[in-house]
Design a protein around this ligand. Structure first.
Ligand code: 5AD
Ligand code: SF4
Length: 482
């Protein structure tokens, strides 16, 4: 098990092992030698800065990067002015890419005065051939580039970048490999993401994820359960099961198992108090899962169920495999089985060919469902996806107008939904001392709403009862119930 491996006992005078993860521990031991040399020369340890863009999957991947960097002896810097900076990138929408290009400009200027600094890029954006070409051509100051499929090789790539002249670029097109048991440094001591599957097979026509994250691969249930047991023993009370489409978990395993079955087994793990998961595709949400959610004491009363569009015509063009009526009846079924469930969603505005009528269908679903919260996105053309070739891309001003109307509706409905919680006393997992007001702590309800209330640092990681006194739209002020 990784936390039992002593890097100093690894003999690095021999060739590296071919088996994983042993190979990566060998390279960690090598990196540690390099870090020690740096320390002797400079009188301090080298420091790193990891910047994460995008979703919770990337956040979890970054914890793996941090785990390795800390294991080899780096210390964490507060700012980008560090010896090693790595951006874990996202490419789901164009503006995610633009943020990275913008930050790189700044890093280049900093590196000019600190030439020993190393800059690395990884994550989804690196899986795009044009991006890598652009880096090769116009960003010579980037030292290390790798993708989503070989992130487990980070230690090896880091070591290569220490010993090799010039930059290191290693991108894989796809993989069927899942390498377990590498160091992970959790951001929070009391909650953790847990990957249950990687990749996506759905090919929604607007989405680049299947191209950059590859085909669906589920982790074995015994590996997932063992990881969660370890986390529970280490003080974790809340887990978030992560996958692009958790509802199709286990279908392609040698011994298939359903997501609902996996949840039942996780529920039995002592010490875990709350279970969340993300993301659920409506087309794969089974009756079995609804039943398990209804009976569960630990699965949070929150379901993120991306709608994307309320128009059956657009949903078809999006390749979503459900229509407006099917989505609405699914919501009804869930609400019947789990009446106190909070529903949240993702919506795209301005998909190619979207008419005013299509948009009004989306507005109608938003009103009928009454989401507790919704992420609204302007459609972003992603090169290589089928939607990018569709005619009738919608003009910017029409999209902007629809987006504003949708946002207004979503916000006013969400505020009304939140208001219904006012006066209730709810269990809250305390997450942190409030940044603005040190007298307050902030935590989350099972429904995922945030509440701030008077409290102290010692409460962090504990589940306490809080009366929701005042609703502020999408968060609350509360009071601890002793
Ligand atoms: N344009 C806009 N939004 C997108 N999403 C995915 N691809 C695109 C795109 N090309 C949104 C979807 C998805 C969320 C994670 O990002 O709503 O659910
Ligand atoms: Fe993208 Fe659709 Fe897969 Fe979600 S389900 S990651 S939107 S292709």
């Amino acid at each position: 098990m990784y936390n039992e491996i002593d890097l100093d006992k690894i003999d690095v005078s021999h060739e590296p092992p071919t088996q994983e993860p042993a190979r990566q521990y060998y390279f960690m031991a090598k990196c540690r030698e390099w870090v020690r040399e740096f320390e002797q020369k400079n009188g301090r340890r080298p420091c790193f800065f990891v910047q994460t863009f995008g979703c919770q999957m990337n956040a979890r991947d970054s914890e793996k990067l941090v785990g390795i960097l800390e294991t080899v002896g780096y210390c964490q810097a507060e700012k980008e002015e560090a010896d090693f900076v790595i951006y874990n990138t996202c490419t789901v929408r164009e503006n995610a890419n633009n943020k990275v290009w913008g930050r790189l400009g700044y890093l280049n200027a900093y590196k000019k005065h600190h030439p020993h600094m190393k800059i690395a890029l990884c994550g989804c954006m690196m899986q795009e051939a044009e991006v890598v070409e652009k880096i090769k051509k116009s960003y010579p100051f980037v030292d290390l580039v790798f993708g989503t499929h070989n992130i487990y090789k980070f230690a090896e790539l880091l070591e290569t970048s220490f010993v090799q002249e010039g930059r290191v670029i290693d991108i894989w097109k796809d993989t069927d490999k899942i390498v377990e048991e590498l160091p992970i440094e959790r951001k929070y001591s009391f909650k953790s993401g847990v990957n249950i599957m990687f990749g996506c097979n759905n090919f929604c026509s607007y989405c680049i994820v299947p191209y950059v994250r590859g085909r669906e691969r589920s982790r074995k249930p015994e590996d997932i359960l063992a990881e969660i047991e370890r986390l529970a023993a280490d003080g974790v009370v809340e887990i978030m099961l992560l996958g692009q489409n958790v509802n199709s978990y286990g279908k392609n395993l040698k011994e298939p198992i359903t997501f609902a079955e996996l949840l039942k087994q996780i529920e039995d793990i002592e010490g875990i108090e709350r279970i969340r998961f993300m993301t659920s595709h409506p087309k794969d949400l089974s009756d079995e899962l609804i039943e398990v959610m209804g009976k569960s004491k630990k699965i949070c009363r929150h379901l993120h169920l991306p709608l994307q569009s309320g128009s059956s015509r657009i949903l078809k063009a999006m390749n979503r495999h459900y229509d407006k009526e099917q989505y609405l009846s699914l919501v009804e079924k869930i609400r019947r089985a789990v009446p106190d469930i909070a529903l949240t969603t993702d919506i795209i505005v301005g998909f190619p060919g979207e008419t005013e009528e299509d948009f009004l269908e989306t507005m109608d679903v938003v009103e009928q469902v009454g989401y507790e919260s919704a992420f609204t996105f302007i459609y972003s053309k992603r090169t290589g996806t089928p939607a990018a070739f569709m005619e009738e891309q919608i003009s910017e001003d029409v999209v902007k107008d629809r987006f504003d109307r949708l946002l207004k509706s979503v916000q006013s409905i969400a505020a009304k939904k939140a208001e219904l919680y006012t006066g209730k006393t709810e269990p809250v997992l305390v997450e942190e001392v409030n940044e603005q007001d040190q007298m307050l702590v902030s935590g989350r309800l099972s429904s995922n709403f945030m509440v701030h209330f008077p409290g102290t640092e010692e409460m962090i990681g504990k589940i306490v009862n809080v009366t929701l006194k005042e609703c502020k739209g999408f968060y609350f002020y509360g009071e601890l119930v002793e």
